[in-house]
Design a protein around this ligand. Structure first.
Ligand code: F6P
Length: 323
């Protein structure tokens, strides 16, 4: 490779800028030309591309969001869209592509890499941590810390009023943000999509706590939980536990913003560096993960594979510690 492109795609995540910086500076170090592609696959198709220098990524490692902007692009999932993108890359002489994004973005890359001769490398950038083959995704740690900070604050007011709070966190169909933030804030219950939610159990445990006069309760619900999110859970509880003072708080996009944590900056820097090395060494059409502190190069084809589970041990710990 001699000229590479880098883009961010799908939902942004804190640390994407650190990853862009690592890709640009590693590429330049190895004598490559590096092009920043704006707004993900959308900007690629629209030829919204600019040459990057070392200075272009100065002073961004600490910033949330993505300087390249991002988009969820439906057109790239069509054959015509991908052909258009290929033509743009060819016109710039770009012969390698680094895609920083999540599941959906990698699915696009799988199709693209099957059809065209431009090698693609993925970097797992998503707050959801829902990617097979990596212990970390860029942004997860920051999002969890943001959620923890928010839930700690909620506990203060919950305690002052002796109230039950049901807090909904993001994660799409994965429950990791809920699990990690719930454990770290001492939540009395955590509802995740990976485990069947038995609302009767949730209610029974609240009633039992009421008997013991444990009035402050926090339930963290993953947005993808099959019961249907915090509002549904609150409704069911209010129906079955008369007189309960329950409040709902949906944390929402606050979890996607903010300065990346040290861990996210570290993994983004490491993954970005290895993405460029992979392109140079001919390790193509993989995404770069980290497993057991080692780089793990997972074929893009494996995207969508089993994304890991939440062990029943963790759920047992939640129960015991909240008693
Ligand atoms: O994938 C990241 C994520 O923040 C999910 O947790 C959430 O379900 C989704 O994106 C929200 O997407 P949007 O910002 O497009 O509403």
């Amino acid at each position: 490779v001699s000229r590479i492109g880098v883009l961010t795609s799908g939902g942004d995540s804190p640390g994407m800028n650190a990853a862009i910086r690592a890709v640009v500076r590693t590429g330049l170090y190895y004598g490559l030309e590096v092009y920043g592609i704006m707004r993900g696959y959308q900007g690629l198709m629209e030829n919204d591309i600019k040459k990057m220098e070392s200075r272009s990524v100065a002073n961004i490692i600490q910033r949330g969001g993505t300087i390249l902007k991002t988009a969820r692009c439906k057109a790239f999932h069509t054959e015509e869209g991908r052909k258009q993108a290929y033509d743009v890359l060819k016109s710039h002489g770009i012969d390698g592509l680094v895609i920083i994004g999540g599941d959906g973005s990698f699915q696009g890359a799988v199709k693209f890499s099957r059809e065209f001769d431009i090698p693609c490398i993925g970097l797992a950038g998503t707050i959801d941590k829902d990617i097979y083959g990596t212990d970390f995704t860029i942004g997860f740690d920051t999002a969890v810390n943001t959620a923890v900070e928010a839930i700690d604050k909620i506990r203060d007011t919950a305690d002052a009023h002796d109230r039950l709070f049901i807090v909904e966190v993001m994660g799409r169909d994965a429950g990791y943000i809920a699990l990690h933030s719930g454990i770290a804030t001492g939540a009395e219950n955590i509802l995740v999509p990976e485990q069947k939610t038995n609302i009767q159990d949730v209610i029974a445990s609240l009633q039992e706590k009421e008997r013991r006069k444990k009035l402050v309760n926090i339930i963290v619900v993953a947005e993808g939980d099959e019961f249907g999110g915090a509002n549904k859970v609150a409704e069911a509880i209010k129906q079955h536990v008369p007189g309960v003072e329950a409040r709902v708080c949906i944390l929402g996009h606050i979890q996607r913003g903010g300065a990346p944590s040290c861990l996210d900056r570290l993994i983004a820097s490491r993954m970005g560096y290895h993405a460029v090395e992979s392109l140079i060494e001919g390790r193509h059409n993989v995404f770069v993960g980290i497993q057991n502190n080692r780089m793990n190069y997972v074929p893009l084809e494996n995207v969508g594979k089993r994304k890991g589970t939440i062990s029943s041990e963790w759920m047992k710990i939640v129960k015991i510690l909240a008693s």
